[in-house]
Design a protein around this ligand. Structure first.
Ligand code: GUN
Ligand code: FE
Length: 435
């Protein structure tokens, strides 16, 4: 529908596109055309053989169309729904303790160093640069990435006593942080209200954060039901609440803009509350394995119709790659099948959907991103499965479904030849011109 977009066409791709919809985990379009307008939105999608007609309606020159090779495809950007930027410096180490001991021994001491702004700048720059390839929905504006970013709040910490705030500080710093974003300096970034987890927050702080989120219609993120010891302590600290879920629900922290990490041990009754409130889960299997936290039954979450995306949870998870999150999600599902052959293993197509559209839904960004629909922002990866020097050897010529499966299981950055966020090419990265 040409009336949908008044902006001019910036570029057009022709070739194979793969994406997910609500109805279909994997939809493949071969020899298709996709046009992106100057505002970075998908202006049209059509059949390759309709090139002439489309070029007249949308006024672009057929000779300027970029043709993908037979080993290439476009797919939606991978969405990491949960990562700790300030834990990046020790990713890949310190995975020998369970959650609470891990936090006290490794995490809190490192995070408390971020009061040194030079250290903070160094680590955060690294996070943004190294994550460009992995997905389109992560940390920063400077490099054109889409991001939801929170300031972690905790007013309770018995182990590293200098690393906690007063309720007032937590409140004021959260408001200051949000204001930065509301001034709209970062068009692709949004602020997230972030109580660390129930164990590190007083009731008063949880209540205040719930109010801030409600009054400003903001996203919320936290952790829930990650490990059994944590759940037991939440029970002891909040005896008035029926469950861990109930603690957050009571303080208005479960909304349709909430994403809670882990949820490995949630009961069906708690999942029903997630469904009812529209809150979503971030499945972080690398972290759940690395800290021996638990194995989330994604099939059961999906049966409860709870929104779910994938997360890397660096540094509880050692890899910042969303391809790793895809693989660990498949592993977690297969472990459940080994334990109970009646368990219905997730297919790679389903996990592909969780890593793209599922993540967008979990972050309430699916009106803007997550798949290739006219009017959405063009957030995409151009994948070359046979990239020279890359990890994948193609012996025979393969259909698009097999190419995607090989990429998900065997691929790496070398196969991701271009990354687009809101229509802008962020990989390969070109330095912005000096003004
Ligand atoms: N629960 C509370 N804080 C954290 C954290 O930093 N990482 C993980 N994995 N779980 C948490
Ligand atoms: Fe986490």
């Amino acid at each position: 529908n040409p009336d949908k977009s008044s902006a001019a066409i910036a570029y057009v791709y022709r070739g194979t596109f793969v994406h997910s919809t609500q109805q279909t985990a994997l939809q493949v379009q071969e020899d298709a055309l996709l046009g992106v307008d100057t505002e970075g939105k998908i202006a049209f999608i059509g059949e390759g053989k309709k090139l002439e007609a489309l070029s007249q309606v949308f006024q672009f020159s057929p000779s300027e169309v970029t043709q993908l090779t037979e080993h290439e495809f476009l797919m939606p950007g991978l969405v990491d729904t949960h990562i700790h930027a300030c834990q990046y410096s020790y990713a890949g180490t310190a995975l020998d303790l369970p959650l609470l001991q891990w936090l006290n021994t490794y995490t809190f001491p490192v995070e408390s160093r971020f009061k040194d702004l030079e250290f903070a700048r160094r680590v955060y720059t690294h996070v943004v640069v190294t994550r460009k390839h992995h997905n389109s929905c992560s940390k920063s504006y400077d490099f054109g990435q889409r991001a939801l970013v929170g300031k972690v709040c905790m007013d309770r910490n018995d182990s590293v006593k200098h690393y906690r705030e007063s309720i007032q500080e937590s409140h004021d710093e959260t408001c200051r942080f949000i204001k930065e974003f509301l001034d709209k300096k970062y068009p692709l970034a949004k602020p997230v209200v972030t109580p660390r987890f129930a164990l590190s927050c007083s009731r008063e702080l949880l209540e205040q954060l719930g109010k801030i989120a409600k009054n400003n219609n903001l996203h919320i993120q936290s952790h829930i039901s990650e490990n059994k010891e944590e759940i037991q302590l939440v029970k002891e600290l909040f005896p008035e609440s029926e469950s861990y879920t109930d603690v957050y629900h009571k303080y208005n922290l479960l909304t349709d803009k909430t994403v809670m990490a882990h949820g490995c041990h949630l009961s069906d009754k708690e999942l029903a509350v997630f469904k009812e409130t529209g809150a979503s889960l971030s499945h972080c299997p690398n972290s759940n394995f690395s800290l021996c936290s638990g194995v989330l039954n994604v099939r059961n979450v999906l049966k409860h119709k709870v929104k779910l995306g994938l997360g890397t949870d660096v540094a509880g998870g050692y890899s910042s790659s969303m391809l790793d999150a895809v693989r660990r999600t498949l592993d977690a599902s297969k472990i459940l099948t080994i334990q109970d052959p009646k368990h219905e293993t997730l297919s790679f197509e389903e996990v592909f959907r969780l890593a793209t559209l599922g993540g967008s839904q979990a972050l309430s960004l699916d009106d803007q991103t997550g798949n290739f629909e006219v009017g959405k922002d063009f957030d995409a990866l151009r994948v070359n499965v046979a990239a020279p020097g890359g990890p994948i050897d193609l012996i025979h010529s393969e259909g698009p479904k097999t190419l995607l499966e090989k990429f998900l299981n065997l691929g790496d950055d070398r196969n991701i030849v271009e990354v687009f966020v809101a229509g802008k090419k962020v990989v390969p990265f070109t330095e912005p011109k000096a003004e």
